[in-house]
Every structure is written in structure tokens, then in C-alpha cells.
Design a protein around this ligand. Structure first.
Ligand code: SER
Length: 321
């Protein structure tokens, strides 16, 4: 059984990945870690360590203590927060990646997963069905860190034989843990407001189309790319990954089929500029061909699931309060 470490396990992706990896490898083979105890479900679910992803000794000590061979590095500062704290975003996103890549180069660990993003693309990229290999001139600090990170992943693979694998996630939508500081976060918050019977003011304009994905698909993609035989992973920078694309208007219309009174208004802020620089849709045929990626959730199926799960969640929290 591999022994895996998730860095950033309290976050939006890390928390669900932690539970999935426990199912697959057994709880005793999965170490969850974060810089704080922000998600008590994760903290109390098994082995949990405080790890500072920017501190090499902190990461290495945890790897050695638990005899880790695979690291999922999920700690990052996302696009919107990154624009507020550019140097902090650069430091966190790059330093943590170098620490993990160097641990692999130096033989402490054998396998690395590192997430990239649609934010690697920019205004000069073809916006529809964005190809795997294309012009990449990102305009956000987050996008720059992801693009540079992809180059370093490929470099460490080619030069040192490091088994690093990566996905360019689109906006991710889940009902378990909220995202923080991203441009696509509206597509999660909209469900929370709708289910509580509230109107929703969207920080993107009604026709802003972005690539999105339900978390279950994203977690399956992550698990499957890590399971695939090494020779099938032909791209060692990062794979395009897609499921659906929609606008705030599209998602609000589908929500209205469940909650007819739902109201949305639009008040675009600085995140509109970020969204405008990103693709509308993604060509992920390389992932589909190389390691058999396929998605399960479209906008309708995801909305049905989000609304039913969030209804339960809010009802339970009322009963318990
Ligand atoms: N969801 C991320 C963001 O909005 C994109 O990778 O920043």
C-alpha cells in the first residue's frame, strides 16, 4: 500500500481528496496535513499533522516520520486573493512546489501530484475549445505561478526522472467544503444562497462563460491520473481537463427549475477582468486519449446533487442549533 500525504488537506479539494484516498488506501495509509486545524472533519478523520508547506524541514520531517511515498500538494493561494497579495501568492505557490519536487529528486518520495489550472491561459489564448498546447500569457499572479510551476514539473521529470503528474482544473464546485479566494467561487455560493431562499448578487456578469466541473469528477480525475501506468502519462507539464461550461445566467436558469423564486442580480467587480482573460471551454482530448479520462456530471446533474445535498446540510444544521 502506498503511504500518501496530502498537504492542504483542510481546503476545498484537499478535504474531499483526503476522504477518497482513505477509502482507496485505508485510513492508516493516509496522512492529512495543513497549516491550521480549519476543517475539523478532516482533522478528526485519522492521522493529521500540522505542516507548513513553505518550510522545507516541516514537509520533510512529516514525510520521514510517516514513511510517505506519494505527496498531493493541494496548498495554494487562488486567483482573486493572489491579486491582493501578489508576493505571498508567488511565495506560497512556488516555494511549496519546489520543496515537494526536491523531496522527489532527492529520493524521499516517489510520486507527486500538483494541481494546475485554467488560469495558465490568458487573453491571447484561443478562448473556445482551448487546445492542450497553445499560447499561454496569463495575466494573474496565480496563473503565472501555475504556468511556471508546470514548466518546473516537466523539467524535474525530464532532468531528474521525477514522477510528477498534474491537471489543469477548471472551476470546481462542491457542497462539502467551500472554496476560498477564487474567481469561479460564485458557482458554489450561488447554490448556498438559492437553497437558503436568498437572492444572489453575482460578481461576474451574466454572460461570462467559464469551464467548470463537479468535485466528484475532479477527485476521480486526480485518483485516475495517479493510478495510470507511468508510460501513459505523456504530458508532464499538466493536462487540460473539462466537463462543462456555463455562464451565471445558465446556472441561475437551471437552479430556477428547482427553486422557481430564485433571483440573481449582477454586480461585476475586479474578478470580471480575471474571468475575461480565461477560456470559455477546454479541449481535453489528450487526457481522454492518454489515461481514459471521462466526466460524469453536466450542469443539470450537478445542480440536482448540489441542491439536494445542501438542503440536507441546512436542515441538519437547523435541527442541531
Ligand atoms: N478556481 C480557481 C480560481 O478561480 C481557478 O483555478 O482561482
Amino acid at each position: 500500500m502506498p503511504k500518501v500525504l496530502i498537504i492542504g488537506a483542510c481546503g476545498q479539494i484537499g478535504s474531499e481528496l483526503t476522504f477518497k484516498l482513505k477509502e482507496i488506501h485505508g485510513s492508516e495509509n493516509v496522512v492529512a496535513s495543513d497549516i491550521n486545524y480549519n476543517n475539523l472533519d478532516v482533522v478528526n478523520s485519522g492521522i493529521f499533522e500540522i505542516v507548513d508547506a513553505q518550510d522545507y524541514s516541516s514537509v520533510r520531517d512529516c514525510v520521514e516520520k510517516h514513511d510517505i511515498d506519494t505527496v498531493y500538494l493541494m496548498a495554494a493561494m487562488l486567483s482573486a486573493t493572489g491579486e491582493k497579495y501578489p508576493m505571498r501568492a508567488w511565495d506560497l505557490n512556488m516555494t511549496s512546489l519546489f520543496h515537494v519536487l526536491n523531496l522527489a529528486k532527492d529520493g524521499f518520495i516517489d510520486h507527486v501530484f500538483w494541481p494546475s489550472s485554467i488560469a495558465v491561459f490568458g487573453p491571447t489564448t484561443p478562448a473556445t475549445e482551448t487546445p492542450q498546447h497553445t499560447t499561454m500569457e496569463p495575466t494573474t499572479v496565480y496563473g503565472i505561478t501555475k504556468q511556471v510551476g508546470e514548466r518546473w514539473c516537466e523539467y524535474y521529470h525530464n532532468k531528474y526522472g521525477v514522477d510528477v503528474r498534474s491537471l489543469r482544473y477548471p472551476g470546481l464546485i462542491s457542497w462539502k467544503t467551500k472554496p476560498g479566494g477564487g474567481t469561479t467561487d460564485y458557482a458554489v455560493e450561488i447554490y448556498h444562497q438559492a437553497v437558503q431562499g436568498n437572492p444572489f448578487e453575482c460578481f461576474l456578469s451574466e454572460h461570462t462563460e467559464l469551464p467548470m466541473m463537479f468535485m466528484e469528477d475532479a477527485i476521480n480525475a486526480t485518483v485516475n491520473i495517479m493510478k495510470a501506468p507511468s508510460e501513459t502519462i505523456k504530458i508532464r507539464s499538466s493536462y487540460n481537463l473539462a466537463a462543462m461550461s456555463f455562464t451565471p445566467l445558465d446556472i441561475s436558469e437551471v437552479i430556477k427549475t428547482h427553486i422557481p423564486d430564485f433571483k440573481i442580480t449582477y454586480n461585476p467587480d475586479f474578478r470580471q477582468h480575471i474571468a475575461d482573460s480565461w477560456p470559455k471551454s477546454i479541449d481535453d482530448s489528450s487526457a481522454r486519449a492518454d489515461w481514459n479520462w471521462h466526466h460524469e456530471y453536466d450542469l443539470e446533474k450537478m445542480t440536482t446533487e448540489m441542491i439536494s445535498q445542501l438542503r440536507k446540510q441546512y436542515q441538519d444544521s437547523e435541527i442541531n442549533s
